[in-house]
Design a protein around this ligand. Structure first.
Ligand code: ADP
Ligand code: MG
Length: 391
């Protein structure tokens, strides 16, 4: 894979696929981690005299322009973080985009509007995607993909455009691939994986792929209740996927799965609901588990002690509500405190949790910007956006 830093970019237009998919509410950017992460490549390109034209998506608009998903607020934030002018086009490949590119001044960046405003971006039809990719490619001499979070998508701005221009991987893609390789090829042992989040079914394939490779798999979050039920516990009104019980039983038979021993059981899915810590043997039938309890945090910390490779994906509880954030905080602290270990945080919500809980990001070896893409990589799938960069 060629790297962006090895391209001769002086005076060239470079189409950059960035991951700027951040939460935006009423035109205000929330957690701007992904915008921050996209700055180093753009800074480097500007410093080397290139004219960066950025394409990116935001949320899931339905293939047509929708102001709620406009990248305009992102352009404002990017301009502040980059300290250089960012000209936001009002369309993806229309007159506004063409004019912004034609008028682009050295030292400035053009940000095209949300690429998913074009239905062709995500089309299953090669010709439709190709037509959009032709127009995107027409804006540039070179293509750099810095959007690891999108490399598992066969989309026009990720896959097809790379076939049309000399291409390279940006630093985010290169770093992600390096780290994920270290997790899959000959990881230093002991190797522990911590999984949480809401659904077992979302993460079944990754569990299947990782179990043979890891020494232990610690399970928290909403998905732990299907495991606890499979182990014979009653889980009350907690999240439960009945159809995954058999699969969870099989996972338990490996002897590598570590489950919580206590949980925070709440009357309702609400921050102000009555809640108590209960052992997993005693979850009341009318309560739902919204976090792992303090004894479980201790157990997980002990299970992680001495690990040399750790991959953590998925919050341990509903960290968005303060009463159910302590499990995630405790496990994040335990992972962050490991000395000399490779510690990787994957998953959009997990990365957001680290930031929301105020845990210093530099205490982890790497925080992945791409949730689904990292999981698919770990599952051993071929990712179209990477394959296309390799040739
Ligand atoms: P990631 O984005 O890091 O891969 P997921 O998307 O799989 O993580 O899961 C994150 C969500 O899981 C969070 O919004 C969190 O509130 C939710 N969650 C965690 N624990 C529970 C639980 N016990 N019950 C319901 N939802 C939970
Ligand atoms: Mg998520």
């Amino acid at each position: 894979m060629r790297l962006a830093k090895d391209l001769d970019v002086e005076g060239k237009r470079v189409l950059v696929r960035s991951d700027l998919n951040v939460p935006v509410t009423d035109g205000v950017v929330g957690d701007d981690g992904r915008i921050r992460a996209s700055v180093p490549l753009l800074r480097d390109l500007l410093d080397r005299g290139a004219l960066p034209v950025v394409t990116a998506h935001l949320g899931r608009p339905k293939g047509s322009p929708d102001p709620a998903f406009s990248l305009a607020p992102v352009a404002t934030r990017l301009e502040q973080l980059l300290g250089a002018p960012v000209v936001a086009a009002a369309d993806v490949v229309g007159d506004s985009a063409a004019k912004a590119v034609a008028d682009q001044q050295p030292g400035s960046v053009v940000l095209l509007e949300n690429v998913r405003f074009e239905a062709a971006e995500t089309s299953k039809d090669d010709a439709e995607r190709g037509a959009l990719a032709d127009r995107l490619a027409g804006f540039a001499d070179l293509y750099v993909d810095d959007a690891f979070g999108a490399v598992h998508r066969k989309h026009a701005s990720v896959y097809d455009v790379a076939q049309r221009l000399p291409h390279a991987a940006g630093p985010l893609v290169a770093t992600e691939v390096d780290v994920l390789k270290r997790l899959t090829e000959d990881p230093a042992r002991p190797y522990a994986v911590v999984l949480g989040g809401s659904k077992v079914s979302d993460k079944l394939t990754v569990i299947e792929a990782l179990l043979p490779k890891v020494d232990s798999l610690l399970v928290g979050g909403g998905m732990c209740f299907t495991f606890l039920k499979a182990q014979g516990h009653e889980v009350g009104a907690s999240l439960l996927e009945e159809d995954q019980l058999e699969t969870c039983r099989a996972f338990l038979e490996t002897g590598k799965v570590v489950l919580p021993v206590d949980v925070v059981a709440a009357e309702r899915f609400a921050a102000d609901a009555a809640h108590d810590v209960v052992p997993v043997e005693e979850i009341p039938s009318d309560r739902m588990g919204l976090d792992i309890g303090p004894r479980s945090v201790e157990l997980f910390r002990d299970a992680l002690a001495g690990a040399r490779t750790v991959f953590w994906n998925g919050p341990m509880g509903v960290f968005e509500m303060a009463p159910y954030a302590e499990g995630t905080r405790g496990v994040a602290e335990a992972v962050a405190s490991l000395d000399g270990a490779l510690t990787v945080v994957g998953g959009g919500d997990s990365a957001a949790a680290v930031r929301a809980l105020g845990i210093d990001e530099s205490r982890f070896t790497h925080i992945s910007t791409g949730g689904g893409a990292s999981l698919e990589y770990l599952e051993g799938k071929a990712l179209p956006g990477l394959t296309v960069l390799e040739d």
